[in-house]
Ligand binder design. Structure first.
Ligand SMILES: Nc1ncnc2c1ncn2[C@@H]1O[C@H](COP(=O)(O)OP(=O)(O)OP(=O)(O)O)[C@@H](O)[C@H]1O
Ligand code: SF4
Ligand SMILES: [Mg+2]
Length: 401
């Protein structure tokens, strides 16, 4: 969305970008200063033990749901995370908001590793990182009124809204998310899906967080309502200077809302960069394959689009291939891919070149591939010029309750 940055995700390392050198420097604990990432995730992992036996359980392996994730989130930006089902997106989200404890790695909020905090220190930090869940039908308690659902976080953090002011605060939040403040005594079943997700968003905002982790916040909604909720999130970000981690499997929605995008495969981020770098100049074969499957509305672009069909299934996270984890499905795989793990860094051939291909990609043979021709290449008018393709209103009008 509207981060006050160049969108590259880099902190001014020049051509070297995030080389191993700069990564090592970033990893050294340093005091937080304005302009630094608000959140730094390094080597984040969650391994679930696989056990055998009834009386005497012994571990026979592990599901490596998340297996070494690195990314930065800057104040006021939206980082989209995309990837196929089961690649570990929700597990990352849960670790960020402390619903799961990492097996390894660091989550630095303003420079401090919060992954191992507990007690009061954890409570203070948790307030600043809130989550919006995927399914507005199951994430809201059907027996609680909307007022109680949105105001529940104040029970844990009464300092944010003392008892006498809570009703007004909840009504203000309903107003902010485009719902009638008079609905405060209604129950979740009296709302449509889109309206319920607005309630979930209002609850996420209740404690004035700095970061919102939204795990597939529109996937359970009708297509017609998705754009309204995305536009609402967009507006709220600008209004409250929020930073978003926006998780989805729909690449089109992620592009619409994100400043930068990270592509996940089997527990790791395999490519990350600004939305233009990832969508128009992908260098990782997996990203290229995902993009080639995105529906293209324009018939000319569709005609020129190269479709890449991936063969085979995603391997089990309990049995991750050696070397490059994508190699069992990659059409470019060579011997080196089996032997050496590719690091997430700017590929050597792009480091000294001024090109949008100069972004982090975990591939030994990274190269640009134009899967879908860009608008400029096809001279397709942009959305502003195209008729009948205006932004959907973000208001809840038209939704039924
Ligand atoms: N508690 C658990 N115990 C064992 N394995 C788990 C557990 N939670 C998740 N997993 C496994 O970890 C992997 C990642 O799961 P996760 O829910 O994070 O994926 P996802 O990318 O969010 O998928 P989706 O797009 O379907 O929501 C999956 O293989 C899942 O089966
Ligand atoms: S490292 Fe090899 S297997 Fe992995 S994505 Fe690159 S070419 Fe494919
Ligand atoms: Mg998920």
């Amino acid at each position: 969305m509207h981060a006050d940055r160049d969108g590259s995700g880099k902190t001014g390392d020049g051509a070297a970008g995030s080389t191993l050198l700069s990564k090592a420097r970033e990893d050294a604990a340093a005091p937080y200063t304005e302009g630094d990432p608000i959140l730094q995730v390094r080597g984040l992992a969650k391994h679930y033990p696989l056990t055998q036996g009834i009386l005497f359980k012994r571990q026979i392996g592990a599901v490596r749901a998340v297996d070494g994730v690195d990314f930065d989130l800057y104040a006021g930006e939206t980082l989209g995370i995309v990837g196929e089902s089961g690649c570990g997106k929700s597990t990352v989200a849960k670790m960020l908001v402390h619903l799961e404890r990492p097996t390894a790695g660091a989550i630095r909020y303003k420079g401090e590793d919060i992954s191992k905090l507990s007690g009061r220190a954890l409570k203070a930090v948790r307030r600043n990182i809130q989550m919006v869940f995927q399914d507005p039908y199951t994430s809201l308690n059907p027996r609680m009124t909307v007022g109680d659902i949105i105001g529940e976080p104040y029970e844990i953090h009464p300092e944010v809204a003392p008892k006498g002011s809570r009703r007004q605060k909840v009504q203000d939040l309903l107003d902010v998310v485009g719902l009638n403040p008079e609905y405060i005594n209604r129950y979740p079943h009296q709302f449509s899906g889109g309206q319920r997700q607005r309630i979930g968003i209002a609850r996420g905002l209740a404690l004035n967080p700095e970061i919102i982790v939204a795990d597939e916040p529109v996937s359970a909604l009708d297509v017609s309502v998705q754009a309204q909720v995305v536009n609402l999130l967009d507006r709220l970000q600008a209004e409250f200077n929020l930073s978003f981690v926006f998780i989805a499997h729909d690449l089109s929605i992620v592009r619409h809302i994100s400043d930068r995008v990270g592509v996940m495969y089997l527990g790791r981020i395999v490519e990350i960069g600004s939305d233009a770098e990832i969508y128009d100049h992908p260098t990782h074969p997996y990203t290229q394959a995902l993009l080639s499957a995105v529906p293209v509305p324009d018939p000319t672009a569709r005609e020129h689009r190269e479709r890449i069909i991936l063969h085979g299934d995603v391997p089990s996270p309990a049995n991750i291939p050696s070397g490059c984890r994508f190699r069992t499905r990659c059409w470019k795989a060579q011997e080196r891919c089996e032997l050496e793990v590719p690091l997430l860094a700017v590929p050597a051939e792009f480091r000294l070149v001024d090109t949008p291909a100069r972004h982090d990609s975990a591939c030994h043979f990274a190269e640009e591939k134009h899967v879908v021709p860009t608008e400029a290449e096809l001279e397709i008018p942009g959305p502003a010029e195209a008729s009948g393709d205006g932004e959907a209103s973000e208001t809840g009008e038209g939704e039924t309750s």
